[in-house]
Structure formats: structure tokens, C-alpha cells
Design a protein around this ligand. Structure first.
Ligand SMILES: C[S@@+](CC[C@H](N)C(=O)[O-])C[C@H]1O[C@@H](n2cnc3c(N)ncnc32)[C@H](O)[C@@H]1O
Length: 248
């Protein structure tokens, strides 16, 4: 099963319950960081990242890899150690400072030209640049284009009303041969308000299908006690590879 149309299997549907109108504000995200409500953070990295690293890098060295809504993802350090450049965006300054402290990296702060009052944190080696602002303030003029994108906890954390803008930004920052690994989540959206939000396959197609080939890779059952506590009885991660459609 490797094509987009093969995806629908387990309780897949387009019913996103009440989620379409849900908005999580910047203040609410900052509060999650301040109160350590950050169960999404994976101290040991994400197993899917390890499994599909070669797919993201696509045989290239010295890649520029984008981490939208990066939090303090440890995979950013792994890639920098492999000789790649990492660019992340995250509105929690606390998350970014924790990243540098926990990874034993010194950094400098600079203003972001074009985004009033915002800062970019750069590792001393220059291989990691983390933009402290809303992703909706970024553009390809500011961050350039990427060879790879790791989107885990990102599209699914974007407010549903902002998905179209987000998808268009992703399109604008993809190099021609960019490999965009997208991880979404699948659960009964009538039982949990999110985030993470449920993004149906049909919406992945409507958001990205205009400009990307969408390859479904796999679904992984990651149901845990915390999902049970949310009132859910199943929870899966769905992995896609997005690549730009070739221009005629
Ligand atoms: C679910 S977490 C995922 C973090 C990271 N991708 C990971 O895998 O650990 C989502 C993060 O996005 C940040 N965030 C949410 N909306 C954002 C936005 N519009 N712009 C920048 N950061 C945002 C939150 O502060 C939070 O740290």
C-alpha cells in the first residue's frame, strides 16, 4: 500500500468534529511551555524520523532542513552533527533556549529582518538557526528554500483555519527536489478537541495535492495511556512523503 488512494482503512473519515473552529492562541502555547505541559516532546527523538532519515536526505549531503513548529526537537542537533543546516521556527523563546542549553550549544541572538521585534537564535557554528516568531510571519524571502522538511507535531498543531496558509508557505519553501516528510495523527475527533488536530486524508490532498505528489508511507499504532486518558480508544500516526510535482 503505497499510494495516496490506498490510505482509508481504519475508521478513516472526514469528520473533524468540533475541531474546525478550534483556535489555540500563542499565549496558550507559551503557557504549555511555562507549565511543562509538553508531553509532545520526545527526549529520545522520534522513531519515524530515524526510520525515514534517508528518505528526507535523499542521498544528499550538506542539506538545508526545515523544522516548522520545532519546539526543542532533538533531531535538529542530530542533523547538524551530520553536517546539515537546520532552520526551525517556534514562538516559544523558552523552548528554543532549552534546546540550546540541553544540547550544550552556545548561541547568539539577532533581529529578524522584516519581522519587527522578532529574534533568530543561531548556534555558534552557524548550522542551526531557530526563528522565534509565528510561522505565519515567515516567508521564503526570510528563510530561503529547503532540501528537506520534517513536519511532526506541526501541521497537526496549526489551527485548522490556518492550514491553507501553512500549506502554501510549505510549497513556497520547497526546493525542486525537496523531500517533505509529514506525520499526521488519526483518532476520533469527536472525542478529543486537539491539539494535535486530526487532519483527514481528504484535506491532505486538498491542501497539498495542487503542487505535490503525495505518497502514503504507513500508519503506526502509537496508542498509549495518555491517549486513553483523553477518552480515545485508538490513536495512530500517519506518514506521508510529499514531493513537488514535476513542471511540464
Ligand atoms: C506539538 S508541538 C511540536 C514540537 C516539535 N515539532 C516536536 O516534534 O517536538 C508544537 C509547537 O509549535 C509551537 N507553535 C504552535 N503554533 C505556532 C505558530 N503559529 N508559529 C510558531 N510556533 C508555533 C508551539 O509552541 C509548540 O512548541
Amino acid at each position: 500500500m503505497d499510494s495516496f488512494t490506498d490510505v482509508p482503512r481504519i475508521k478513516e473519515g472526514s469528520d473533524i468534529g468540533q475541531q474546525q473552529d478550534t483556535v489555540v492562541t500563542e499565549e496558550e502555547w507559551l503557557k504549555k511551555w511555562a507549565t511543562r505541559n509538553i508531553g509532545f516532546h520526545k527526549e529520545q527523538g522520534h522513531p519515524i524520523f530515524k526510520k525515514y532519515l534517508d528518505v528526507i536526505l535523499n542521498g544528499k549531503s550538506g542539506c538545508r532542513i526545515f523544522f516548522p513548529l520545532c519546539g526543542k526537537a532533538v533531531e535538529m542537533k542530530w542533523l547538524a552533527d551530520m553536517g546539515h543546516s537546520v532552520i526551525g521556527v517556534e514562538f516559544s523563546e523558552c523552548a528554543l533556549k532549552e534546546f540550546f542549553a540541553e544540547q550544550n550549544l552556545s548561541y547568539s541572538e539577532e533581529p529578524i529582518p522584516g519581522i519587527s521585534g522578532a529574534k533568530v537564535f543561531k548556534s555558534a557554528s552557524g548550522s542551526i538557526s531557530l526563528y522565534c516568531c509565528s510561522i505565519h510571519d515567515l516567508s521564503s524571502t526570510i528563510v530561503g528554500k529547503f532540501d528537506g522538511i520534517w513536519d511532526r507535531g506541526s501541521l497537526v498543531a496549526i489551527n485548522p483555519c490556518d492550514r491553507e496558509h501553512y500549506a502554501n508557505l510549505m510549497f513556497s519553501v520547497m526546493e525542486r527536489s525537496c523531500c517533505y516528510l509529514l506525520v499526521t495523527v488519526l483518532y476520533d475527533a469527536n472525542k478529543h478537541k486537539g491539539p494535535p488536530f486530526y487532519v483527514p486524508d481528504s484535506q491532505i490532498k486538498s491542501l497539498f495535492g495542487k503542487f505535490c505528489e503525495i505518497k502514503y508511507l504507513e500508519k503506526v499504532d502509537v496508542f498509549s495511556d495518555s491517549h486513553k486518558a483523553w477518552g480515545l480508544d485508538y490513536f495512530l500516526e500517519v506518514i506521508y512523503l510529499l514531493t513537488l510535482k514535476s513542471v511540464p
